[in-house]
Design a protein around this ligand. Structure first.
Ligand code: BGC
Length: 417
């Protein structure tokens, strides 16, 4: 396959020493055939609101060597992927050695290619049995999760970066979600109870991982870049607490915190405010807003008190790869400015390596690599080579500071942050 010419690099500054450059995926979104997981059940329940089933996904369960090769050949140095609890513990207390070996081979493949594995232990799905027992509401879920982490830890001998739980703050919404076949999914709001349970599960996982001695552990938080309209600062802070800040506070004792930023959310006195109708939207309906990443890094530093940060996700759903490069340039320019202003950022992992299953549909394409839905053939997009060339050169785009100006977005005076 011939790539078109790699787009030119932007004016640049050196990246921090040892900066990780990579891309991320998650098991259920790329592996395929994840038939024993909670989301598979949700996709197949009668009258489901889910548009498309995950099915064979990208067949990465079998094709991961090709995925890792593409990433490494482009010049990237890190691959974030997740282990599926549903495969490792297919039934309560039954650990599959074969599945652990499978994930161990993925780690070895990364090592063979000079790629740093960043392993996520939990990315949204739970095993069907855990789902039937109440998921994150099951009375013994913290203990169950700890046992799963103990099983997973047996293959993590030389792994240096482990994300315990992906976006617990989004999962709390999911844990409380009511699925109505008429109106779709409704989220009544975050649950402090479920938040505390998930935090306890995270701390239990960190304790197990600390026992290994060499692992840097943390969880990854979905950062929403909450911006207040003038006068709505208190409403913004109250809105953000159980949706983001509680989870950042839980990271204070961790080795790192994963920052995942895509967009901003504008808060008025009564909650979120619509973006103007003429705002550019991505394929998933989000506002095109690359500055979210820099803002998220600064906010995370403020709440955690300076815990090292790893960008574990950032990207854009678009069919226009030039737009992906423009978005990523803006996001990295915000990251560079945050670093210049003292933020401790250890790396950038783009979401996503592949066009994958976006929790209900294959339509929003986030990938640096396209995947043919019937042959599973991979076609790298120019953005893959572009990101890889930044990695090879060890540079970030020139720092850019974009004020968090919610007022201007909805036509009012600028908000202070
Ligand atoms: C999740 C991914 C998801 C991405 C884009 C994050 O919330 O961790 O699984 O695909 O955002 O929606």
């Amino acid at each position: 396959m011939t790539l078109r010419t790699t787009p030119p690099l932007p004016a640049a500054v050196p990246a921090p020493d040892g900066f990780l450059w990579g891309a991320a995926t998650a098991g259920h979104q790329v592996e395929g055939g994840n038939t024993n997981a909670s989301n598979w059940l949700l996709e197949h329940q009668p009258g489901t609101h889910v548009e498309e089933v995950s099915g064979d996904a990208c067949d990465s369960y079998h094709r991961y060597p090709e995925d890792i090769r593409l990433l490494a050949d482009a010049g990237l140095t890190a691959y974030r992927f997740s282990l599926e609890w549903a495969r490792i513990e297919p039934a309560r207390d039954e650990v599959s050695r074969v599945q652990l070996d499978h994930y161990r081979r993925m780690i070895d493949t990364c090592r063979d290619r000079g790629v740093e594995p960043v392993v996520t232990l939990h990315h949204f799905t739970v095993p069907a049995w855990q789902h039937h027992e109440g998921g994150w509401y099951a009375p013994d879920v913290v203990d169950r999760f700890r046992r799963y982490v103990e099983a997973a830890a047996t293959i993590l001998d030389d792994v240096r970066w482990v994300v315990t739980i992906n976006e617990p703050n989004m999962m709390v919404n999911q844990a409380d979600a009511r699925i109505d076949t008429e109106v779709g999914v409704s989220w009544p709001g975050p649950s402090p109870h479920a938040s505390r349970v998930i935090a306890a599960a995270h701390h239990a996982a960190v304790e197990v991982l600390r026992g290994l001695g060499h692992v840097r552990s943390g969880w990854s938080v979905a950062n929403q870049d909450y911006q207040a309209l003038p006068g709505a600062e208190q409403a913004r802070d109250a809105w953000a607490y159980w949706r983001e800040d509680f989870f950042l506070e839980q990271s204070r004792g961790d080795d790192f915190v994963g920052v995942q930023a895509y967009l901003r959310t504008i808060i008025g006195p009564d909650g979120p405010v619509e973006h103007p109708a003429d705002a550019e939207r991505t394929l998933i309906g989000w506002e095109y807003y690359p500055a979210a990443l820099g803002h998220a890094l600064r906010h995370t530093r403020e709440v955690t008190g300076g815990v090292p940060m790893l960008v574990t996700e950032n990207g854009i759903a678009t069919a226009d790869d030039a737009r992906r490069i423009a978005y990523t340039t803006g996001a990295l320019a915000g990251l560079a400015a945050a670093v210049e202003d003292g933020c401790d950022v250890r790396g950038y992992l783009h979401w996503s390596l592949l066009d994958n299953y976006e929790w209900g549909s294959y339509r929003p394409t986030f990938g640096l690599v396209a995947v043919d839905r019937s042959t599973f053939a991979r076609t790298p997009k120019p953005s893959l080579a572009w990101l890889g060339s930044l990695a090879r050169a060890g540079v970030l785009p020139e720092p850019e500071r974009v004020p968090a100006d919610a007022g201007a977005a909805v036509g009012g005076p600028p908000a202070r942050r």
